[in-house]
Design a protein. Structure first.
Length: 140
């Protein structure tokens, strides 16, 4: 996937998620969910995965295209990523970015000091995703 195809997918107004999103225990320090389908009119097999670490707390939402890899990831209070800090967004900039695990990041200070439900609502609005299911906040 190149940058133009990514931007076209990102800007589609008709993306939707039908499933509920519920974080399940992955290990003693992490809750996660996997393979939530994001339907879109381009027919791209777009999946959403997420991780929540309650001890920090931090949350990560990772959008992947099956067969290509990650195309966008938002991390809140996660590992420091250079000048982008602990709260940042990775997105596809070049065709090889998915193979390199999206090396480019930009700060997302607007997501600081928000709970996971608020973060999810902001991401859905900005990404033009209509979530028809229920988002169950891992942080209560």
């Amino acid at each position: 996937m190149d940058r133009l195809a990514f931007e076209k997918l990102r800007d589609l107004p008709d993306k939707e998620i039908l499933d509920d999103i519920s974080f399940k225990k992955e290990n003693k320090n992490t809750l996660s969910f996997d393979n939530i389908r994001v339907y879109n009119s381009m027919g791209i097999d777009l999946l959403l995965n997420g991780k929540y670490k309650p001890d920090i707390p931090s949350v990560r939402f990772n959008f992947c295209v099956r067969g290509t890899g990650p195309v966008c990831r938002v991390e809140v209070n996660s590992s420091i990523h250079g000048e982008s800090g602990r709260t940042h967004k990775h997105s596809l900039q070049k065709e090889n970015c998915p193979r390199r695990n999206l090396p480019y990041a930009e700060p997302r200070d607007d997501l600081k000091d928000k709970d996971t439900g608020q973060i999810w609502e902001i991401l859905c609005k900005q990404s033009k995703i209509n979530h028809k299911g229920i988002f169950i906040k891992p942080d209560g």
